[in-house]
Design a binder for this molecule. Structure first.
Ligand code: TXA
Ligand code: MG
Length: 314
């Protein structure tokens, strides 16, 4: 992994890394992002692994323009007006995912809403255009550390999937994007950031703020996807009426509706499949879902966190 000055050549190389499923740290006007191809669930799993996040927070998907955003999210007059006014810029919109959006389930952590942003920084714009795909990117720091605003702040320990750090100097804004939820009902502020509330309210009218007791930490304010079907964790066999969520060799001798997160026992593959498989099993309308034991190391911690929250034991 090397830090390289952002030039047309290095940006094209970075775009190729992204298309190959690897990760690239790149500057936006707010903070440096840890980018991965939003259409590739394995790349998204690598982002979570690299950050060492103990749980799956949904990620912001970065697009080059409003048109690309409209391929992914449902816009109405209100959200389109806001996008036209503030994009490109330090504003992230939470909107409903389009049913046919080409991105996987992991990037939105199974939710039917999507965080989407069109960054203004020229390097970010050039990278998204060269990649020709939406780019999912959380801030390029390890979980619990400060967001990087210079290439030298980007933690070189973000793991073997980090193929390149594109150096574009200091970020102009230096704080994360403002996040507003425009998916349903009155606009709600989920995070203050680069675009002030005053400017947004001039356009939108009053914006509700979540009560301070809701704001435990950034990322704690989104709803979690939970399947309707009860989950039974650490199962070794299926009970009558249950479908199975397997991992590795578990349930291989069982008959029934079984989806295997990773027959090879690979936690990155398992994370990439998790939300899509939970949705699929939920749609079967079975009485319960038996979930095989998942190891707790690496991404296993985040997978188990999600499964515990989705189970009656949570
Ligand atoms: O300025 C920024 O926004 C930077 C640059 C790289 O674009 N990105 C960034 O990403 O700060 P991250 O992952 O550190 O913060 C994204 C926040 C998280 O708190 C996450 O919970 C929230 O966005 N989020 C993402 N999708 C959401 C959704 N569907 N509903 C509610 N919140 C969501
Ligand atoms: Mg962050």
């Amino acid at each position: 992994m090397e830090t390289v000055a952002a030039t047309e050549t290095s940006i094209n190389a970075a775009a190729q890394f992204l298309r190959d499923g690897r990760l690239v740290a790149f500057p936006t006007e707010t903070v440096y992002g840890l980018g991965g191809d939003a259409e590739n669930d394995a790349a998204i799993a690598r982002i979570f692994e690299a950050k060492g996040r103990p749980r799956f927070n949904p990620l912001i998907v970065h697009v080059a323009n409003l048109q690309q955003a409209e391929d992914l999210a449902v816009f109405d007059d209100r959200s389109r007006d806001i996008a036209q006014e503030f994009w490109p810029g330090a504003l992230t919109l939470i909107l409903h995912r389009k049913a046919d959006a080409k991105i996987g389930q992991l990037v939105t952590a199974g939710l039917d809403t999507l965080a989407v942003r069109c960054p203004n920084a020229a390097i970010a714009q050039a990278l998204i255009q060269a990649t020709n795909k939406p780019i999912a990117a959380p801030s390029a720091n390890l979980s619990g550390h400060l967001s990087p605003t210079q290439a030298s702040h980007v933690d070189g320990n973000l793991g073997p999937s980090l193929a390149m750090i594109l150096d574009g100097g200091a970020c102009e804004v230096g704080v994360e994007s403002t996040i507003i939820d425009l998916s349903d009902g009155p606009p709600t502020l989920l995070r203050s950031g680069g675009v002030t509330i005053d400017r947004l309210e001039k356009r939108l009218g009053p914006i509700s703020l979540p009560s301070s007791s809701d704001i435990k930490a950034p990322g704690m304010m989104f709803r979690h996807y939970a399947p309707n079907t009860p989950l039974r964790l650490n199962a070794h066999t299926l009970k009558p009426g249950e479908a199975g969520l397997a991992f590795g060799p578990t349930f291989s001798d069982q008959v029934g509706k079984i989806l295997n997160l990773s027959p090879a026992g690979d936690l990155i593959e398992a994370a990439a499949n998790l939300f899509a498989f939970l949705h699929q099993l939920d749609a079967y309308g079975v009485d319960g879902i038996a979930v095989a034991p998942i190891p707790q190391n690496g991404l296993g911690a985040a997978i188990n966190d999600r499964l515990r929250r989705g189970s009656s034991a949570a």
